[in-house]
Design a protein around this ligand. Sequence first.
Ligand SMILES: Cc1cc2nc3c(=O)[nH]c(=O)nc-3n(C[C@H](O)[C@H](O)[C@H](O)COP(=O)(O)OP(=O)(O)OC[C@H]3O[C@@H](n4cnc5c(N)ncnc54)[C@H](O)[C@@H]3O)c2cc1C
Length: 409
Amino acid sequence: MDFDDSPEEAAFRRECRAFLEAHARPRVGHETLADSPFARPATTAEEDAKIEECKRWQRTKFDAGWAGLTWPVEYGGRGLPALMARVFAEEERRFEVPFGHFAQSIGMAGPTIIEHGTDQQKADLLEPMLTGEHLWCQLFSEPGAGSDLAGLRTSAIVDGDEIVVNGQKVWTSNAREADWGMLLVRTDIDVPKHRGITYLLLDMRTPGIEIRPLVQITGAAHFNEVFLTDVRVPVANVLGSINGGWGPILSTLMSERTGIGGASSVGVPDLIELARGRGVLDDPTIRQDLMRLHGYTETMRFLGYRVHTAASRGELPGPESSVLKLASSRRLEAMGNIAMAILGPGATLAGHDAVSGGFWQNFAFLGQWMARIGGGTDAVQRNIIGDNVLGLPPEPRLDKGIPFRDIPT
Ligand SMILES: Cc1cc2nc3c(=O)[nH]c(=O)nc-3n(C[C@H](O)[C@H](O)[C@H](O)COP(=O)(O)OP(=O)(O)OC[C@H]3O[C@@H](n4cnc5c(N)ncnc54)[C@H](O)[C@@H]3O)c2cc1C
Protein backbone atom coordinates (compact mmCIF):
# COMPACT_ATOMS: atom_id res chain seq x y z
CA MET A 1 0.00 0.00 0.00
CA ASP A 2 1.16 3.53 -0.78
CA PHE A 3 1.01 5.76 2.32
CA ASP A 4 1.93 8.95 0.46
CA ASP A 5 -0.82 11.42 -0.39
CA SER A 6 -2.63 10.83 -3.67
CA PRO A 7 -2.64 13.97 -5.90
CA GLU A 8 -6.19 14.66 -4.67
CA GLU A 9 -5.15 14.33 -1.00
CA ALA A 10 -2.08 16.52 -1.55
CA ALA A 11 -4.25 19.25 -3.09
CA PHE A 12 -6.70 18.93 -0.18
CA ARG A 13 -3.80 19.14 2.32
CA ARG A 14 -2.69 22.41 0.72
CA GLU A 15 -6.26 23.74 1.04
CA CYS A 16 -6.32 22.75 4.76
CA ARG A 17 -2.98 24.44 5.39
CA ALA A 18 -4.09 27.64 3.67
CA PHE A 19 -7.18 27.80 5.91
CA LEU A 20 -5.21 27.00 9.08
CA GLU A 21 -2.40 29.46 8.30
CA ALA A 22 -5.00 32.19 7.80
CA HIS A 23 -6.73 31.49 11.14
CA ALA A 24 -4.21 30.00 13.62
CA ARG A 25 -0.58 30.07 14.78
CA PRO A 26 1.68 27.06 14.06
CA ARG A 27 2.68 24.94 17.08
CA VAL A 28 6.15 25.86 18.31
CA GLY A 29 7.31 22.79 20.21
CA HIS A 30 7.19 21.73 23.81
CA GLU A 31 7.93 25.15 25.41
CA THR A 32 4.22 25.91 25.05
CA LEU A 33 3.22 22.83 27.02
CA ALA A 34 3.38 24.80 30.29
CA ASP A 35 0.39 26.82 29.01
CA SER A 36 -1.57 23.69 28.20
CA PRO A 37 -4.63 22.97 30.36
CA PHE A 38 -3.01 19.59 31.11
CA ALA A 39 -0.08 21.32 32.86
CA ARG A 40 -2.19 22.02 35.90
CA PRO A 41 -5.69 21.25 37.12
CA ALA A 42 -8.08 23.62 35.40
CA THR A 43 -10.32 25.72 37.63
CA THR A 44 -13.99 25.95 36.72
CA ALA A 45 -13.43 29.46 35.34
CA GLU A 46 -10.45 28.27 33.22
CA GLU A 47 -12.46 25.31 32.00
CA ASP A 48 -15.38 27.58 31.01
CA ALA A 49 -13.00 29.93 29.17
CA LYS A 50 -11.49 26.98 27.29
CA ILE A 51 -14.91 25.75 26.25
CA GLU A 52 -15.78 29.20 24.89
CA GLU A 53 -12.48 29.18 22.94
CA CYS A 54 -13.29 25.71 21.55
CA LYS A 55 -16.77 26.89 20.55
CA ARG A 56 -15.33 29.94 18.76
CA TRP A 57 -12.85 27.75 16.85
CA GLN A 58 -15.63 25.32 15.93
CA ARG A 59 -17.75 28.22 14.63
CA THR A 60 -14.78 29.51 12.57
CA LYS A 61 -14.40 26.06 11.04
CA PHE A 62 -18.12 25.75 10.36
CA ASP A 63 -18.36 29.18 8.70
CA ALA A 64 -15.44 28.33 6.40
CA GLY A 65 -16.75 24.83 5.56
CA TRP A 66 -14.25 22.86 7.67
CA ALA A 67 -16.65 21.30 10.20
CA GLY A 68 -18.21 17.86 9.80
CA LEU A 69 -16.03 16.96 6.82
CA THR A 70 -17.40 13.40 6.64
CA TRP A 71 -21.00 14.31 7.46
CA PRO A 72 -23.55 14.31 4.62
CA VAL A 73 -23.96 17.70 2.92
CA GLU A 74 -27.67 17.83 3.85
CA TYR A 75 -26.70 17.98 7.55
CA GLY A 76 -24.15 20.77 7.12
CA GLY A 77 -21.11 18.58 6.39
CA ARG A 78 -19.03 18.16 3.24
CA GLY A 79 -19.63 14.48 2.51
CA LEU A 80 -15.89 13.77 2.18
CA PRO A 81 -14.21 10.37 2.70
CA ALA A 82 -12.82 9.71 6.20
CA LEU A 83 -9.26 9.82 4.85
CA MET A 84 -9.74 13.50 3.97
CA ALA A 85 -10.93 14.22 7.53
CA ARG A 86 -7.74 12.52 8.68
CA VAL A 87 -5.65 14.81 6.46
CA PHE A 88 -7.37 17.83 8.03
CA ALA A 89 -6.83 16.46 11.56
CA GLU A 90 -3.12 15.85 10.83
CA GLU A 91 -2.73 19.44 9.64
CA GLU A 92 -4.82 20.90 12.47
CA ARG A 93 -2.50 19.25 15.02
CA ARG A 94 0.38 21.36 13.68
CA PHE A 95 -1.39 24.52 14.85
CA GLU A 96 -2.18 26.11 18.21
CA VAL A 97 -5.94 25.64 18.16
CA PRO A 98 -8.21 24.79 21.09
CA PHE A 99 -8.98 21.07 21.10
CA GLY A 100 -11.57 19.01 22.86
CA HIS A 101 -15.13 19.16 24.17
CA PHE A 102 -16.75 18.18 20.84
CA ALA A 103 -15.78 14.50 20.90
CA GLN A 104 -19.13 13.50 22.40
CA SER A 105 -21.12 15.79 20.09
CA ILE A 106 -19.54 15.60 16.66
CA GLY A 107 -17.62 12.37 17.18
CA MET A 108 -20.30 10.26 18.91
CA ALA A 109 -23.84 11.71 19.15
CA GLY A 110 -23.81 13.13 15.60
CA PRO A 111 -22.86 9.92 13.74
CA THR A 112 -25.32 7.92 15.90
CA ILE A 113 -28.19 10.32 15.14
CA ILE A 114 -27.29 10.33 11.43
CA GLU A 115 -27.51 6.53 11.45
CA HIS A 116 -30.52 5.97 13.72
CA GLY A 117 -32.34 9.31 14.12
CA THR A 118 -35.71 10.46 12.77
CA ASP A 119 -35.82 13.26 10.18
CA GLN A 120 -37.01 15.65 12.90
CA GLN A 121 -34.16 14.70 15.27
CA LYS A 122 -31.64 15.22 12.47
CA ALA A 123 -33.17 18.57 11.49
CA ASP A 124 -33.20 19.85 15.10
CA LEU A 125 -29.99 18.50 16.55
CA LEU A 126 -27.24 18.02 13.98
CA GLU A 127 -26.38 21.51 12.78
CA PRO A 128 -26.02 23.06 16.28
CA MET A 129 -23.35 20.41 16.96
CA LEU A 130 -21.33 21.44 13.92
CA THR A 131 -21.63 25.16 14.63
CA GLY A 132 -20.39 24.56 18.19
CA GLU A 133 -23.61 25.92 19.69
CA HIS A 134 -24.54 22.64 21.43
CA LEU A 135 -22.21 20.51 23.54
CA TRP A 136 -23.25 16.94 24.29
CA CYS A 137 -22.43 14.56 27.11
CA GLN A 138 -22.69 10.78 27.39
CA LEU A 139 -24.94 9.50 30.19
CA PHE A 140 -24.08 5.80 29.90
CA SER A 141 -22.06 4.61 32.95
CA GLU A 142 -23.68 3.99 36.32
CA PRO A 143 -22.24 3.01 39.71
CA GLY A 144 -23.02 -0.66 38.88
CA ALA A 145 -22.71 -0.53 35.08
CA GLY A 146 -19.43 0.40 33.38
CA SER A 147 -17.74 -2.48 31.58
CA ASP A 148 -21.05 -4.30 31.85
CA LEU A 149 -22.98 -1.41 30.31
CA ALA A 150 -26.02 -3.58 29.52
CA GLY A 151 -26.47 -4.02 33.30
CA LEU A 152 -27.66 -0.41 33.66
CA ARG A 153 -30.52 0.23 36.08
CA THR A 154 -31.71 3.81 35.54
CA SER A 155 -35.41 3.16 35.12
CA ALA A 156 -37.87 4.72 32.73
CA ILE A 157 -41.63 4.36 32.41
CA VAL A 158 -43.68 5.51 29.42
CA ASP A 159 -46.42 7.94 30.51
CA GLY A 160 -48.48 9.07 27.50
CA ASP A 161 -46.17 10.90 25.09
CA GLU A 162 -43.45 11.24 27.75
CA ILE A 163 -40.96 8.90 29.42
CA VAL A 164 -40.30 9.41 33.14
CA VAL A 165 -36.71 8.69 34.17
CA ASN A 166 -35.29 7.97 37.64
CA GLY A 167 -31.74 6.86 38.46
CA GLN A 168 -28.07 7.83 38.63
CA LYS A 169 -25.24 8.15 36.13
CA VAL A 170 -21.54 8.55 36.94
CA TRP A 171 -18.24 9.57 35.25
CA THR A 172 -20.20 11.87 32.93
CA SER A 173 -17.59 14.06 31.23
CA ASN A 174 -18.67 17.67 30.62
CA ALA A 175 -22.16 17.13 32.11
CA ARG A 176 -22.02 20.57 33.72
CA GLU A 177 -21.40 22.35 30.42
CA ALA A 178 -23.51 20.12 28.16
CA ASP A 179 -26.69 21.26 26.42
CA TRP A 180 -27.77 17.73 25.45
CA GLY A 181 -27.08 14.21 26.69
CA MET A 182 -27.12 10.68 25.23
CA LEU A 183 -29.08 8.92 27.97
CA LEU A 184 -29.52 5.15 28.38
CA VAL A 185 -32.44 3.87 30.46
CA ARG A 186 -34.05 0.53 31.25
CA THR A 187 -37.60 0.32 29.95
CA ASP A 188 -38.25 -3.43 30.30
CA ILE A 189 -37.02 -5.72 33.08
CA ASP A 190 -38.85 -8.83 31.84
CA VAL A 191 -36.53 -9.47 28.89
CA PRO A 192 -32.76 -10.27 28.77
CA LYS A 193 -30.65 -7.24 29.66
CA HIS A 194 -29.63 -6.09 26.14
CA ARG A 195 -33.26 -6.08 24.94
CA GLY A 196 -34.83 -3.77 27.53
CA ILE A 197 -32.73 -0.63 27.04
CA THR A 198 -33.89 2.62 25.41
CA TYR A 199 -31.62 5.38 24.08
CA LEU A 200 -32.94 8.89 24.82
CA LEU A 201 -31.81 12.30 23.61
CA LEU A 202 -32.00 14.44 26.74
CA ASP A 203 -32.21 18.23 26.90
CA MET A 204 -29.92 18.90 29.88
CA ARG A 205 -32.12 21.84 30.99
CA THR A 206 -35.01 19.48 31.76
CA PRO A 207 -36.18 19.78 35.41
CA GLY A 208 -35.06 16.96 37.74
CA ILE A 209 -31.38 16.77 36.67
CA GLU A 210 -28.80 17.34 39.42
CA ILE A 211 -25.09 17.43 38.51
CA ARG A 212 -22.32 16.96 41.12
CA PRO A 213 -18.65 17.33 40.00
CA LEU A 214 -16.11 14.56 40.85
CA VAL A 215 -12.54 15.67 41.59
CA GLN A 216 -9.88 13.28 40.24
CA ILE A 217 -6.23 12.67 41.20
CA THR A 218 -4.93 15.61 39.11
CA GLY A 219 -7.17 18.04 41.02
CA ALA A 220 -9.39 18.79 38.02
CA ALA A 221 -13.09 17.92 38.04
CA HIS A 222 -13.44 16.56 34.53
CA PHE A 223 -16.46 14.41 35.19
CA ASN A 224 -19.60 14.30 37.28
CA GLU A 225 -22.30 12.31 38.98
CA VAL A 226 -25.72 12.99 37.45
CA PHE A 227 -28.88 12.29 39.44
CA LEU A 228 -32.18 12.01 37.55
CA THR A 229 -35.41 12.40 39.50
CA ASP A 230 -38.76 12.22 37.67
CA VAL A 231 -37.13 13.64 34.54
CA ARG A 232 -39.74 13.77 31.76
CA VAL A 233 -38.42 13.19 28.23
CA PRO A 234 -40.70 13.38 25.15
CA VAL A 235 -41.20 10.01 23.41
CA ALA A 236 -40.18 11.92 20.24
CA ASN A 237 -36.64 11.97 21.74
CA VAL A 238 -36.24 8.18 21.65
CA LEU A 239 -33.35 7.31 19.34
CA GLY A 240 -34.28 4.14 17.45
CA SER A 241 -37.16 2.42 19.25
CA ILE A 242 -38.28 1.81 22.82
CA ASN A 243 -36.32 -1.24 24.09
CA GLY A 244 -34.27 -1.10 20.86
CA GLY A 245 -31.40 0.96 22.28
CA TRP A 246 -28.61 -1.60 21.86
CA GLY A 247 -28.10 -0.94 18.11
CA PRO A 248 -27.55 2.83 18.50
CA ILE A 249 -25.44 2.14 21.64
CA LEU A 250 -23.01 0.02 19.62
CA SER A 251 -22.73 2.79 17.00
CA THR A 252 -21.85 5.31 19.73
CA LEU A 253 -19.31 2.98 21.38
CA MET A 254 -17.55 2.18 18.09
CA SER A 255 -17.27 5.90 17.28
CA GLU A 256 -15.97 6.57 20.81
CA ARG A 257 -13.24 3.91 20.57
CA THR A 258 -12.14 5.11 17.16
CA GLY A 259 -12.04 8.69 18.46
CA ILE A 260 -10.06 7.84 21.60
CA GLY A 261 -7.68 5.82 19.40
CA GLY A 262 -6.84 8.90 17.32
CA ALA A 263 -3.28 10.12 18.01
CA SER A 264 -2.80 13.19 20.20
CA SER A 265 -0.72 16.11 19.01
CA VAL A 266 2.01 15.47 21.61
CA GLY A 267 4.46 12.72 20.82
CA VAL A 268 7.98 11.50 20.13
CA PRO A 269 9.40 14.83 18.85
CA ASP A 270 8.29 16.54 22.09
CA LEU A 271 9.95 13.81 24.18
CA ILE A 272 13.14 14.09 22.12
CA GLU A 273 13.18 17.82 22.87
CA LEU A 274 12.54 17.06 26.55
CA ALA A 275 15.39 14.48 26.64
CA ARG A 276 17.74 16.88 24.88
CA GLY A 277 16.87 19.64 27.35
CA ARG A 278 17.53 17.31 30.30
CA GLY A 279 20.84 16.12 28.79
CA VAL A 280 19.80 12.46 28.51
CA LEU A 281 19.31 12.10 24.76
CA ASP A 282 22.46 9.96 24.53
CA ASP A 283 21.32 7.58 27.25
CA PRO A 284 20.93 4.21 25.44
CA THR A 285 17.91 3.07 27.48
CA ILE A 286 16.11 6.37 26.85
CA ARG A 287 16.91 6.06 23.13
CA GLN A 288 15.60 2.50 23.09
CA ASP A 289 12.39 3.57 24.87
CA LEU A 290 11.92 6.45 22.43
CA MET A 291 12.26 4.03 19.51
CA ARG A 292 9.70 1.70 21.12
CA LEU A 293 7.30 4.64 21.45
CA HIS A 294 7.98 5.56 17.82
CA GLY A 295 7.03 1.97 16.93
CA TYR A 296 3.71 2.28 18.79
CA THR A 297 3.03 5.65 17.18
CA GLU A 298 3.62 4.30 13.66
CA THR A 299 1.52 1.19 14.38
CA MET A 300 -1.31 3.45 15.45
CA ARG A 301 -0.90 5.61 12.37
CA PHE A 302 -1.26 2.58 10.10
CA LEU A 303 -4.16 1.13 12.12
CA GLY A 304 -5.80 4.55 11.83
CA TYR A 305 -5.41 4.40 8.03
CA ARG A 306 -7.09 0.99 8.07
CA VAL A 307 -10.05 2.25 10.15
CA HIS A 308 -10.41 5.40 8.04
CA THR A 309 -10.09 3.50 4.75
CA ALA A 310 -12.89 1.17 5.89
CA ALA A 311 -14.98 4.21 6.85
CA SER A 312 -14.28 5.81 3.44
CA ARG A 313 -15.76 2.70 1.84
CA GLY A 314 -18.91 3.23 3.91
CA GLU A 315 -18.09 0.38 6.33
CA LEU A 316 -18.91 1.00 9.99
CA PRO A 317 -16.03 0.76 12.47
CA GLY A 318 -15.79 -2.83 13.71
CA PRO A 319 -13.53 -4.61 16.21
CA GLU A 320 -10.52 -2.82 14.68
CA SER A 321 -11.69 0.20 16.70
CA SER A 322 -10.91 -1.90 19.81
CA VAL A 323 -7.44 -2.72 18.44
CA LEU A 324 -6.86 0.97 17.75
CA LYS A 325 -8.02 1.97 21.22
CA LEU A 326 -5.80 -0.63 22.88
CA ALA A 327 -2.80 0.50 20.80
CA SER A 328 -3.54 4.08 21.86
CA SER A 329 -3.54 3.00 25.54
CA ARG A 330 -0.22 1.19 25.12
CA ARG A 331 1.24 4.27 23.49
CA LEU A 332 0.10 6.62 26.26
CA GLU A 333 1.38 4.22 28.90
CA ALA A 334 4.79 4.12 27.17
CA MET A 335 4.80 7.90 26.80
CA GLY A 336 4.04 8.43 30.51
CA ASN A 337 6.77 6.02 31.60
CA ILE A 338 9.40 7.48 29.27
CA ALA A 339 8.58 11.05 30.30
CA MET A 340 9.04 10.06 33.97
CA ALA A 341 12.35 8.30 33.15
CA ILE A 342 13.62 11.38 31.31
CA LEU A 343 12.63 13.71 34.15
CA GLY A 344 14.17 11.41 36.78
CA PRO A 345 13.84 12.85 40.31
CA GLY A 346 12.37 16.02 38.71
CA ALA A 347 9.27 13.98 37.97
CA THR A 348 8.28 14.30 41.62
CA LEU A 349 7.91 18.10 41.33
CA ALA A 350 4.53 19.69 40.73
CA GLY A 351 3.10 22.93 39.35
CA HIS A 352 5.48 25.80 38.57
CA ASP A 353 8.50 23.93 40.06
CA ALA A 354 8.12 21.15 37.49
CA VAL A 355 9.39 21.09 33.91
CA SER A 356 6.69 22.47 31.56
CA GLY A 357 4.49 23.28 34.55
CA GLY A 358 3.90 19.58 35.31
CA PHE A 359 2.47 18.84 31.87
CA TRP A 360 4.25 15.49 31.62
CA GLN A 361 3.14 14.30 35.05
CA ASN A 362 -0.48 15.35 34.47
CA PHE A 363 -1.00 14.59 30.81
CA ALA A 364 1.30 11.70 30.02
CA PHE A 365 1.61 9.87 33.33
CA LEU A 366 -1.53 10.44 35.41
CA GLY A 367 -3.61 11.20 32.31
CA GLN A 368 -2.93 7.84 30.66
CA TRP A 369 -5.75 6.27 32.69
CA MET A 370 -8.26 8.50 30.91
CA ALA A 371 -7.61 6.52 27.74
CA ARG A 372 -7.01 3.20 29.50
CA ILE A 373 -10.38 3.25 31.31
CA GLY A 374 -12.66 5.68 29.43
CA GLY A 375 -14.59 4.23 26.49
CA GLY A 376 -14.09 0.66 27.77
CA THR A 377 -11.03 -0.54 29.71
CA ASP A 378 -7.98 -2.25 28.21
CA ALA A 379 -9.24 -5.59 29.60
CA VAL A 380 -12.62 -5.12 27.92
CA GLN A 381 -10.99 -4.27 24.56
CA ARG A 382 -8.92 -7.47 24.89
CA ASN A 383 -12.12 -9.46 25.46
CA ILE A 384 -13.68 -7.95 22.31
CA ILE A 385 -10.56 -8.68 20.26
CA GLY A 386 -10.43 -12.23 21.67
CA ASP A 387 -14.10 -12.87 20.81
CA ASN A 388 -14.47 -11.01 17.51
CA VAL A 389 -11.02 -10.98 15.93
CA LEU A 390 -9.14 -14.01 17.24
CA GLY A 391 -12.19 -16.29 17.48
CA LEU A 392 -11.32 -17.39 21.01
CA PRO A 393 -14.05 -19.08 23.09
CA PRO A 394 -16.42 -16.35 24.40
CA GLU A 395 -16.35 -15.17 27.99
CA PRO A 396 -18.65 -17.27 30.21
CA ARG A 397 -21.93 -15.34 30.61
CA LEU A 398 -24.04 -16.28 33.61
CA ASP A 399 -26.79 -13.79 32.70
CA LYS A 400 -27.32 -14.87 29.08
CA GLY A 401 -30.99 -15.24 28.09
CA ILE A 402 -32.20 -14.49 31.64
CA PRO A 403 -34.84 -11.75 32.16
CA PHE A 404 -33.15 -8.68 33.67
CA ARG A 405 -35.33 -8.85 36.82
CA ASP A 406 -33.86 -12.33 37.64
CA ILE A 407 -30.17 -11.37 37.32
CA PRO A 408 -28.60 -11.43 40.82
CA THR A 409 -27.10 -8.11 41.95
C1 LIG B 1 -11.62 9.93 31.56
C2 LIG B 1 -12.90 9.17 31.60
C3 LIG B 1 -14.03 9.74 31.04
C4 LIG B 1 -15.24 9.05 31.09
N1 LIG B 1 -16.32 9.68 30.56
C5 LIG B 1 -17.51 9.03 30.59
C6 LIG B 1 -18.67 9.68 30.07
O1 LIG B 1 -18.62 10.81 29.59
N2 LIG B 1 -19.84 9.02 30.11
C7 LIG B 1 -19.95 7.76 30.62
O2 LIG B 1 -21.04 7.21 30.58
N3 LIG B 1 -18.88 7.11 31.16
C8 LIG B 1 -17.66 7.74 31.16
N4 LIG B 1 -16.55 7.12 31.70
C9 LIG B 1 -16.73 5.85 32.38
C10 LIG B 1 -16.11 4.67 31.66
O3 LIG B 1 -16.84 4.33 30.50
C11 LIG B 1 -16.06 3.51 32.67
O4 LIG B 1 -15.20 3.91 33.72
C12 LIG B 1 -15.52 2.25 32.06
O5 LIG B 1 -16.43 1.73 31.12
C13 LIG B 1 -15.22 1.19 33.13
O6 LIG B 1 -16.32 0.98 33.95
P1 LIG B 1 -16.18 1.06 35.56
O7 LIG B 1 -15.46 2.29 35.91
O8 LIG B 1 -17.55 0.84 36.10
O9 LIG B 1 -15.25 -0.17 35.94
P2 LIG B 1 -15.67 -1.71 36.08
O10 LIG B 1 -16.49 -2.09 34.91
O11 LIG B 1 -16.25 -1.93 37.43
O12 LIG B 1 -14.26 -2.43 35.98
C14 LIG B 1 -13.37 -2.55 37.09
C15 LIG B 1 -12.16 -3.39 36.65
O13 LIG B 1 -12.61 -4.70 36.27
C16 LIG B 1 -12.15 -5.01 34.96
N5 LIG B 1 -13.20 -5.79 34.27
C17 LIG B 1 -14.53 -5.56 34.26
N6 LIG B 1 -15.17 -6.48 33.51
C18 LIG B 1 -14.23 -7.30 33.02
C19 LIG B 1 -14.26 -8.45 32.16
N7 LIG B 1 -15.42 -8.91 31.67
N8 LIG B 1 -13.10 -9.06 31.86
C20 LIG B 1 -11.92 -8.60 32.36
N9 LIG B 1 -11.83 -7.51 33.18
C21 LIG B 1 -12.95 -6.87 33.49
C22 LIG B 1 -11.96 -3.67 34.27
O14 LIG B 1 -11.00 -3.77 33.22
C23 LIG B 1 -11.45 -2.80 35.42
O15 LIG B 1 -10.07 -2.98 35.59
C24 LIG B 1 -15.32 7.78 31.69
C25 LIG B 1 -14.19 7.21 32.27
C26 LIG B 1 -12.99 7.90 32.23
C27 LIG B 1 -11.78 7.27 32.84
